[in-house]
Design a protein around this ligand. Structure first.
Ligand SMILES: [Fe+2]
Length: 213
């Protein structure tokens, strides 16, 4: 599985994408990458041998599909996937998809606005998610960190999920979607033997920010 390992190259790509479509997603991406780096380094302190540069870059670029402009639902995941597939980085392509599906390959249709996704995109997304090797530890860490960082900094899972819910709405599947994040959080905290929040400096400030804006 080929990933981008060079940080300078990853920064070049994110800057290019930001120039196509400026928005808070850029700072969010930087913070997701920082959170991912902190968690991977701690996992390594606990005996794992993970490539921190690989994870940092994949987290930095997980939303690169935003270069196409604002798109509803998981279409930015599809756009990111095809972008990296063409560049030959299959590992990065998969991360663009998995972060939108915390429930692994189950209950794909609970992703936001799945019904609005064109059929050819659905087929590709399902194909990626059906592959059992898709959800390795890098994908899990990045999926969780996507929900622990906004454009301002680190935040609690509760704050982030409610904030997204208030902005984009919720449906009858929302609690299952949320549960996917808590399942990953519990699994990673088991591996780390500590709260994930211990690795996110300043996360406590997020309780003072306004939610839903
Ligand atoms: Fe994101």
């Amino acid at each position: 599985m080929k990933y981008i390992l060079n940080r300078d190259y990853a920064k070049e790509l994110i800057k290019w994408a930001y120039a196509q479509n400026e928005g808070p997603w850029f700072k969010h991406s930087l913070n997701v990458a920082k959170a991912t780096e902190n968690i991977l380094m701690e996992l390594n302190n606990n005996g794992y041998e993970l490539d921190v540069d690989l994870g940092y870059n994949a987290a930095l670029l997980h939303d690169i599909g935003r270069y196409k402009g604002f798109t509803k639902s998981v279409i930015h995941s599809y756009d990111g996937y095809t972008y990296f597939e063409e560049l030959g980085f299959q590992g990065n392509a998969i991360v663009c998809v998995t972060h939108s599906f915390p429930n692994k390959n189950k209950q794909i249709e609970i992703a936001a606005d799945w019904s609005l996704v064109p059929e050819h995109m659905k087929i590709k997304l399902v194909e990626v998610l059906d592959n059992n090797s898709t959800y390795d530890i890098y994908n899990k860490v990045i999926t969780l960190c996507d929900a622990l960082a906004d454009s301002e900094g680190f935040t609690t899972l509760e704050n982030r999920l409610v904030s997204v819910g208030l902005r984009h709405g919720t449906n009858s599947h929302t609690s299952l979607h949320w549960k996917g994040f808590y399942t990953i959080k519990n699994e990673l905290e088991g591996l780390l033997d500590k709260s994930i929040y211990k690795l996110l400096p300043g996360v406590e400030d997020s309780i003072y920010t306004k939610v839903g804006y």
